[in-house]
Write a protein that binds this ligand. Structure first.
Ligand SMILES: NC(=O)c1ccc[n+]([C@@H]2O[C@H](COP(=O)([O-])OP(=O)(O)OC[C@H]3O[C@@H](n4cnc5c(N)ncnc54)[C@H](OP(=O)(O)O)[C@@H]3O)[C@@H](O)[C@H]2O)c1
Length: 253
């Protein structure tokens, strides 16, 4: 297994939730971490609290110039790039009978195409370090939640994408994997304006018993899985469920 110490890691969407937790874990284990996000206050606060190991880059993953700036900042900060974590995403819910092309295009642009482009641009850097690309899928790829098809479809896309990328980039010694978290309390639904904080808490409480382990997860638990995939030198093309058994579909039948 590789050492995290001295790795250079770019985490998109590192200003909150799973991205923030992953940045904290990699930095604590000796990596140089670069985080990006659109809200300056969020990423700068995270970087300041982590310390010099963490560099913040304000940017939107849907904008090519910003993607380039993120990559360049990570290479400058860490002297190279070992790991790209395509974490930035938004929740998109719409009833099937009410689809709008604008929402579907925005969902795919943010949640899928941005990570495809960043990965493409990262290939020359990752080839030098025999590095890794890690995508965030979702348990929405294993359980069907009515109303969430735009989001679920984007997450299914990145899972499929990571397999083809692993096959295509394997000969260049770049590994690719996808993590599928179960329910973790973050601001993803709040940012989408879907629920109040109280409603979100109630929904997490309601979904807890659907997990085999009877509880939702933590950002640290997902970060540990991302760190494992960054280190595991003979693991590529996998979809790793980190979901407390939610994907099992435990039934009381
Ligand atoms: N929480 C869960 O239960 C769960 C379950 C399964 C999978 N996931 C996945 O885990 C990942 C992290 O989500 P999270 O739950 O930690 O949510 P989160 O706290 O909302 O984090 C998502 C981050 O992405 C950033 N982002 C969104 N759009 C962006 C854009 N266009 N450009 C740059 N950054 C952007 C956001 O920052 P700005 O708004 O400041 O840009 C935010 O910090 C996502 O891929 C999500 O789909 C989460």
């Amino acid at each position: 297994m590789r050492e995290v110490k001295d790795m250079s890691v770019l985490i998109t969407g590192g200003g909150s939730g799973i991205g923030e937790g992953t940045a904290r874990l990699f930095a604590a284990r000796g990596a140089k971490v670069t985080i990006s996000g659109r809200r300056r206050d969020k990423i700068e606060a995270v970087a300041a609290s982590i310390g010099p190991a963490c560099k913040a880059v304000v940017g939107d993953v849907t904008v090519q110039a910003d993607r380039l700036a993120m990559l360049e900042a990570a290479v400058a900060h860490g002297g190279k790039l070992d790991v790209l974590v395509n974490n930035a995403a938004n929740m998109y819910r719409q009833a099937i009978a009410e689809y709008t092309e604008q929402v579907l295009q925005e969902a795919f642009n943010t949640n899928v195409i941005s990570g495809m482009m960043l990965s493409s641009m990262a290939v020359p850097h990752l080839e030098k370090t025999q590095g890794a690309i890690i995508f965030l899928g979702s348990i929405h790829n294993r359980r069907a939640y009515p109303g969430a098809s735009p989001y679920a479809t984007t997450k299914a896309a990145v899972e499929g994408l990571s397999r083809v990328m692993a096959a295509e980039l394997g000969r260049r010694q770049i590994r690719v994997a996808c993590v599928l978290p179960g329910a973790v309390s973050t601001e993803i639904n709040l940012r989408a304006g879907l629920f109040t904080a109280e409603q979100a808490d109630a929904r997490y409480a309601a979904i807890a018993p659907d997990h085999a382990l009877a509880r939702i997860g933590t950002v640290a638990e997902v970060a540990e899985a991302i760190e494992y995939l960054a280190r595991a030198e003979w693991v590529t093309g996998v979809a790793l469920e980190v979901d407390g058994g939610l994907g099992l579909g435990v039934s009381k039948f």
